[in-house]
Structure formats: C-alpha cells, structure tokens
Design a protein. Structure first.
Length: 237
C-alpha cells in the first residue's frame, strides 16, 4: 500500500486530501471523486506517489517550478551538433597552424638572404658550408677577415619550424670563392609564396667548396642543387 497525495480545485483553494491506495487502484483512480465537499465533484490532481511507503509531495506543492527533461533524441541531436562544430574548429585550427608555419618559412628565408648579403658585402663572397650538403650554419665562412662567419650577422641560423632541418642552400663558384647561391624552403601549401620567388630550376653550374646540396627529407637534391618549383619557395641574389 502506498500513499497518494491529492488536492482539488474547489471553493477551498488549498483543500488537500491524502489517501492510502494500492498500485492497481492507483492505476484506475478517476480524476473526480464524490467524497469532496461543497456539493459538487472537485477536480483532482495526482501530486505524487511514493512506492516506498513515504508521503509523496510534488514540486508544485513546495512552491518549486516543474522540472523539464530531455528526450534521448534531443540529447543525440545536441551531441551530433557539438561533434560537428568540434570537427570544423579543429580543421580550421590545423589550417591556421599550417599557414603560420609557411609564413615562418618565408620570413626565415628573407632573414637568411639578408644575412647572406651582409656577409658578401663584408667578405666579398657568399659563405660556403662547413661540410658538403650541410646547409647553412652559424660557423660557415670562406676565409673572411677577423674570423667573421655567417653567425656574425645571424644567430642562430633558422631551420624549418616543423622538421627542424636546414633550409636548402647551394653555393656556386670556384674553390672558396662563392659568387652566387640558391636558397629555398619547402612549403606545406602549394602556391603559398605566390609569384614572389625565383622558381629556379636545378643547375649543373660549378659549386664552390662544400657548396653542393645533397638533399634532406624536406627538399631533394637534383644536380647537386634543388628544384625551386612549387611547393618550394626559393631565392637567388
């Protein structure tokens, strides 16, 4: 036997009736009852039922607003929308990071090119790497006076922001006299450099000492040099 709490919309606003009623009777209970006063049947509302034999009270009788829940379909729709938005945001974030790395590569190449020009203005020649195919390093020199090296104008020498490898560098000339160079970085987005680079083809021209580019995981070697076509951003003097 459980406890059923009822109230009526009769002439007495707060008229409350409490009945003990079994579960089968609860299921068949009518929404009108002849036992209510004032000569007519009152409208009866079921406020609550406690199957554990405790007095049941509704949120309404305690002056609290009714609670509204979500259906399973509504929850699934919300979860699907959140998942879709998360996927869009992650894709946008990945694209933004890629563009940021490419922008860093372009800035690095310009910075290295500026240091190369300063080096050549001081030493009368472009630097030759300390070892063949090693790319550019702060210790690169070709007998400049007073121990001047590339690091005198740029320290540290930038490397690729993703792989950490050296940017491609080929030094052309004879012996320690490097008269020109080919410098480049591989971009992640093809055409990201626009038409502002040299797009120089790999050259068979004579390289100065240690000036040969042997390639790495970012830019492959070709004829001791490298191909400057997209997605490679390359510059020459």
């Amino acid at each position: 036997m459980g406890v059923l709490v009822l109230w009526t919309r009769s002439l007495i606003p707060s008229h409350v009736q409490i009945y003990k009623i079994s579960i089968p009777a609860f299921n068949k209970f009518a929404f009108t009852h002849p036992a209510f006063p004032h000569g007519r049947l009152g409208k009866v509302r079921i406020c609550g039922y406690d199957s554990r034999m405790k007095a049941a009270t509704s949120r309404r009788t305690r002056g609290l607003p009714a609670q509204a829940g979500f259906t399973l379909i509504e929850l699934l729709v919300v979860i699907a929308i959140i998942g879709l938005l998360a996927a869009i945001i992650l894709a946008s974030l990945d694209t933004a990071r890629t563009k940021s790395r490419d922008a860093r590569r372009l800035a690095d190449i310009r910075e290295i090119q500026n240091a190369l020009e300063q080096y050549a203005a001081t030493c009368g020649s472009f630097p030759q790497p300390l070892s063949s195919g090693a790319g550019l390093g702060a210790g690169d020199n070709n007998g400049c006076p007073s121990g001047i090296t590339l690091g005198t104008f740029l320290t540290p020498v930038p490397t690729d922001p993703k792989s950490g490898l050296s940017y491609a560098y080929t030094a052309f000339g004879s012996g320690s006299n490097c008269t020109t160079y080919h410098l480049g970085a591989r971009l992640e987005i093809s055409g990201g450099a626009g038409a502002n680079d040299a797009n120089a083809a790999a050259s068979n021209a004579t390289k100065c000492t240690n000036g040969t580019w042997v390639g790495n995981a970012d830019i492959a070697a070709n004829k001791g040099d490298f191909n400057g076509a997209d997605p490679v951003y390359d510059v020459v003097p």
